[in-house]
Design a protein around this ligand. Structure first.
Ligand code: ASP
Length: 340
């Protein structure tokens, strides 16, 4: 059984880390088990994404199909400048996409640094289903996509091109945290003047048969070096599913997630008996503990769903939101609290 006192003691944080934790980190939330099907996903844009996933789940469909359909929504939405079409480019003006998918059998597929394809998650699924490989990158990923009937598109919208040109004036690479709660019920969160420049959709689903799958897709950090790959397409970092235990996904500055093999860590902590919330918190605390100076100024959030349908999240900074859809509710949780 999980012992909260032991857990807190084991974290053994320095005074400065505790300060970060106290001031900014989310409080635990006890989420009752709604049972399958369940779909959860990162950030405000998880709400419309969950709706698309729910169509599949509520019809008795497979979690794998649900997560693929779900993340298609932000991938195709040009107003979401951190995922897919309309994403902010790298510092050389290329929109490069990172995605991965994992199913209930432990199969997985990924693409990284891929350009010109609106739905990289579907290419990742094809890598999983049609090749003996797990990941294709760059030109090779694009070639594979085109050979399999995907259309070559220009993903750089006028808005994102304008933001990039503005950025070029200073060309200072600086992740901007999405820490403000400015959710507008009529439209997904949109801060004025492109105030934030990274956020990924990570989605986890448990279907009516009790099987888990997950998907994670992003255009990565705005204005990154050309060729930079984050955590999102890396199995174990941006996403991990173990159908016996649960699944986890991440968002935020990917370098810190990769260093800690974040999503795999969350799933392993759940295997040891931690709840989804506790597992996410411990993974966040590892990041803070290893690099307190970096952690002070960045956002990383984890989201987890276990085999029973219990879910939870934890982030370094305030303002992390995730969307939940079950037969009982369709909700957005900001800092662990129900928005509706
Ligand atoms: N994890 C993504 C990356 O590092 C960005 C994000 O989710 O905010 O590319």
């Amino acid at each position: 059984m999980f012992n909260r006192r032991k857990f807190i003691k084991a974290s053994a944080l320095s005074a400065s880390l505790l300060a970060i934790g106290k001031k900014n980190a989310l409080a635990f939330t006890v989420v009752p088990n709604p049972g399958p099907p369940v779909v959860i996903s990162t950030w405000d844009f998880g709400i419309p994404a969950n709706k698309a996933a729910w169509k599949v789940l509520s019809a008795g469909g497979r979690a794998l199909d649900a997560v693929e359909q779900g993340v298609h929504v932000p991938e195709a939405d040009p107003k979401i400048q951190t995922v897919g079409y309309g994403g902010f480019p790298d510092r050389d003006g290329h929109v490069t996409l990172d995605s991965c998918i994992m199913d209930e059998f432990g199969n997985c597929g990924a693409v990284a640094g891929m350009e010109h394809i609106i739905h990289p998650i579907s290419v990742a699924r094809l890598v999983m289903e049609k090749t003996p490989h797990v990941m294709l990158v760059g030109e090779g990923a694009l070639q594979f996509a085109l050979e399999n009937g995907f259309k070559k598109e220009n993903l750089l919208t006028k808005e994102s091109e304008k933001a990039w040109k503005e950025w070029l004036k200073t060309a200072k690479y600086e992740p901007v945290m999405n820490i403000e709660n400015k959710y507008d019920k009529a439209a997904p969160r949109k801060l004025p003047g492109n105030q934030y420049n990274h956020d990924t959709i990570g989605m986890l689903a448990l279907d009516a048969k009790g099987n888990l799958s997950g998907a994670c897709t992003t255009s990565g950090m705005a204005y990154k070096l050309h060729g930079r790959v984050g955590d999102s397409p890396i199995i174990g970092a941006g996403l991990y599913i173990d159908n016996e235990i649960g699944g986890a996904t991440s968002t935020g500055v990917g370098e810190e997630v990769i260093r800690n093999v974040g999503s795999f860590l969350v799933v392993e902590l759940m295997r040891q008996g931690h709840s989804p919330e506790e597992a996410c918190k411990e993974a966040v605390m590892r990041i803070i503990k290893k690099k307190p100076d970096i952690a002070k100024n960045i956002q990383v959030g984890f989201l987890a769903l276990n085999k029973k349908g219990e879910y939870g999240a934890y982030a370094i900074q305030k303002g992390f939101s995730y969307a939940v859809c079950t037969a009982q509710k369709d909700d957005l949780l900001i800092d662990g609290k129900s928005y509706y």
